[in-house]
Design a protein around this ligand. Sequence first.
Ligand code: FA5
Length: 335
Amino acid sequence: MVDLAALEAEARESLAEAGDEAGLESWRIDWLGRRGRLTSVLRGVRDLPADERPAVGAGANRLKSVLEEAVTARQLELLAAVSDGPALDVSLPGRRPPLGSLHPITLTRRMMERTFRDMGFDVVEGPDVELEEYNFDRLRIPAGHPARDMWDTIWVADDGSGGPRQLLRTHTSPMQIRYLERRQPPIRVIVPGTCYRYEATDATHEWMLTQIEGLVIDEDLSFAHLKGTLEAFVRRVFGPDIETRFRCDYFPFVEPGAELGVRWQGDWLEVLGCGMVHPEIIADAGLDPDRFTGFAFGMGVERVAMLRYGVRDIRHFYRNDVRFLREFDQFRGTA
Ligand code: FA5
């Protein structure tokens, strides 16, 4: 006589030991599979003496459905354990995605723009791909003029259409001409933007740089206005103790021309070129140079950023080394 009760106890015991889906599957094969223990019992019923057959058959069939229910229950139990376990603790706070911060040049450029806005300047932008005419000729830098060497140029490939020559602007000064085409004095505008020069890099020179051009045209403006404006700007950006110096410099589109240097690591760092707008440029704009005068300047944003953040090599800015860029996380929210 088959002891169905002992069989059930044994089956339940081994089911309790099945701890995962694979364990359940092998238990199913052992007990309920085609060659499983219970299946063999059921198969053996027909060989039993006739008087035992009905009881054992009924008992084994009942045990089969009992075990099928038990394995389903065990499966649900295991699933519940997994979803309640630490892997899916829905009460944990979410993980904060890493927050980036603005690039130091963007931070600096925005700070400079804000400073000029506070001083009453408008802000406009111009094209990076510029016509030779605006970048050079109309700024009084004709072909062959030695001043063109100061801006070693990246030219846009000639498409053979015979159209005007194009280049990546070497400075933001072409926007002086473009702005004068559209506006009448009084003019007080700055033009931030990227410039490109085909030149070797070093600690203070990059081949891609950001400039902020300034143009002011009105009646009776003198060099004193230029100096006053730029010194006020420099003090606002670097504090009242900053040491500055103006020196004569030459740019064909201003007369006289100057550069402004700032004391940096015991030396002087040139941060901008400037000067009084050349009377011919004022006349070319259809204005009377005896009535209107003005000044212009072009400053290097990377240079200002170097001074502001104590960066010793300009090339760090565009190397995209996150260890360098992360240093500016502390300035998040200051732009
Ligand atoms: C100019 O580009 C003139 N357009 C500036 C100007 C505007 C003069 C209006 C008069 C009136 P310069 O080449 O010196 O000048 O450049 C101006 C500033 O840009 C420099 O003082 C410097 O701060 C920055 N700069 C120039 N070349 C580089 C470079 N390769 N890398 C980083 N900054 C540069």
